[in-house]
Design a protein. Sequence first.
Length: 295
Amino acid sequence: MKLTPSILSATSRLFSSAVVRDLATKGRSALFARLAKEAGLADPGRSTGTVGDLFETAFAVLRQGASRDEYVYKAALTHKVLLGKHSLRTACMLNEFRAGACKADMVILNGTATVYEIKSERDSLSRLERQLEAYRRVFPSVFVIAGENHVASVLDMVGVDDGVLQLSRRHQISVVKAAVDRPDRINPLAVFDSLRAVEARALLAGLGVNVPDVPNTRLHGVMREQFATLDPHAVHVGMVQVLKRQRDLRPLSDLIEQLPPSLQPAALSIPLRKADHGRLVEAVATPAGDAIAWA
């Protein structure tokens, strides 16, 4: 089957939040069925097994070199870094985390905060320098992970302390240039602007800084003034501690173990209620032929 742009688009959208939320909240998804048909997964011989098997087949298509999208890269980082080098007990993952005017593709918190900017085969490098500048103000360790077509250009664009990773055609991550961990360069005000109000208050409390009792209209300005006086190293340590506590992924451990590998990155990044976990697992176990009829 020829991989046309429409087929690739439908295949990629199978892993979207809309599909995953449908499966989790309703136990079925008409959108999944429609996209599976558009992706050619409803053809005889392909629609056997379960919904989980269809996800695995779809992901195998997305992994092909020229067609890889951002989800393939997030899956590689999820399996080979978050769940490979670390675990949900010791590390936390953030998706689309705001840093200045940019949103980081993925942040992994362990002993430090490492940001990963994805530049897949489909991506442009036009915004990369601006993104890296914003990330260096919030994260001590910065990586760009790219496909082979971008690596040479990325190496010319990154800073002296930034790292570069390459995702090979065999779905392996290799270090092209190591990143230097630089918590000293953190800008406390940039960190403050990236945090939710409750997280900023918790960080201050952890550092022994008392937030005065002021009206909510003044609270943001008061806390921002307090952040401006903080040591970058202390802000980095506090940020990692607070975010790991506030955005703990350990409650998802049982769910992740019951899902096919291709769907695990989505389940870790899309907010789902605990009450919906069982329904998602059951939906993924649905016979593929029955699921195609959801449409």
